[in-house]
Design a protein. Structure first.
Ligand SMILES: Nc1ncnc2c1ncn2[C@@H]1O[C@H](COP(=O)(O)OP(=O)(O)OP(=O)(O)O)[C@@H](O)[C@H]1O
Length: 318
């Protein structure tokens, strides 16, 4: 059965006993590249494992390329999967491991060796592929996992935290390989809890938390959500009381506290639901009143705040 959709989830719930992995999840995705974002325990791995048929839904239906994934070898030949866990045979070489998995896909041994070599080179492992996996760094293992995921020439690549353990150079190289993959017209679903890791790859994001799809959209739309959800900001200033009074007048802060920090630093700690507007108005407020600000930063530097806020919106609390 063919479908115009890459993925169709219809009211999917996955329970682990009484623990909810994915909760009443529905979505339809057309072929393309998507970033699956969510904090730890959000349900990303559960979702990916449902897509590759490793897990079956407790309720609801999952279709990938129009087919049920469970025990579907034909469908798996079109999907490359890179799990979040290690799962590599330490005593074999990277080249042998990728060759072996290709042979499991039905590729003839000689062709498998050649293709495995090609893929190891593609992920920057040409010089190390003949060494045992046990001697690989975390980043090298990640690359080897990617090589095995693309070796059988799938059309959909599903990656669970592929940047984990990579240094900046490794990240840049992995990004380049994946960008090329997308440019070739292939589809990609990549799970991460760090937005900037995947914004270089795609402009389409799915935000999940608590096993639910909380929001989806482009990076600009996600940024807008970030701007309009409650956030905390610290401003180190020479005249904190004056700044606090000015901020109160703008009505952009929902709460303000002045903190004495080590080394004589005076900090205005504020909460706002309009971080974007506040950051736009702040320079004029500072310059116009002769204040000196030595440092400004968001106290909640991760997406966790956004997810918490979205979750509260979802529950009708905000
Ligand atoms: N095998 C399991 N048995 C019981 N609970 C599980 C199991 N796997 C996942 N869970 C639970 O399901 C929920 C979703 O977990 P999941 O691993 O899918 O999240 P995640 O977004 O991938 O998290 P992380 O980023 O930490 O890998 C969590 O509450 C987790 O504790």
């Amino acid at each position: 059965m063919s479908s115009e959709y890459l993925i169709e989830l219809n009211k999917v719930t996955k329970l682990y006993g009484t623990v909810i992995g994915v909760n009443d999840f529905s979505m339809q995705l057309k072929p393309g590249a998507y970033g699956l974002l969510g904090p730890n325990g959000a349900g990303k791995s559960t979702l990916l494992n449902l897509l590759i048929g490793q897990l079956v839904p407790t309720r609801g239906t999952v279709r990938v390329l129009g087919q049920k994934p469970r025990n579907n070898a034909k469908l798996m030949s079109k999907i490359g999967f890179c799990p979040g866990f290690e799962g590599l045979y330490a005593s074999t070489t990277g080249h042998d491991w990728v060759t072996f998995l290709l042979e499991l896909h039905g590729t003839a041994p000689a062709v498998a060796r050649e293709r495995a070599e090609e893929c190891m080179a593609l992920v920057g492992m040409a010089a190390d592929m003949a060494r045992p996996i046990a001697s690989y760094s975390r980043g090298m293992r990640q690359r080897t996992k990617l090589a095995q995921a693309i070796a059988h020439e799938p059309t959909l690549l599903i990656l669970d935290e592929p940047f984990s353990g990579l240094d900046p150079i490794g990240r840049a190289e992995m990004t380049a390989v994946l960008r090329e993959w997308i440019k070739m017209g292939n589809s990609l679903i990549i799970a991460s809890h760090v937005l900037h890791e995947i914004e270089a790859l795609t402009d389409s994001f799915l935000l999940i938390c608590g096993g639910r799809l909380l929001a989806s959209g482009t990076a600009a739309e996600v940024n807008e959500l970030l701007f309009d959800t409650p956030s905390e900001i610290d401003i180190d200033c020479d005249q904190p009381h004056e700044l606090a009074a000015l901020l109160m007048k703008t009505e952009l802060a929902t709460s303000i506290a002045i903190q004495q920090r080590p080394h004589g630093v005076q900090r205005v700690h504020l909460q706002t639901v309009s971080a974007g507007k506040l950051c736009t108005e702040l320079p004029e407020l500072i310059a116009g009143n002769g204040l000196t600000v030595t440092r400004l930063h968001s106290a909640d530097n991760s997406l966790q705040t956004l997810f918490n806020s979205l979750l509260r919106i979802h529950r009708g609390e905000l």
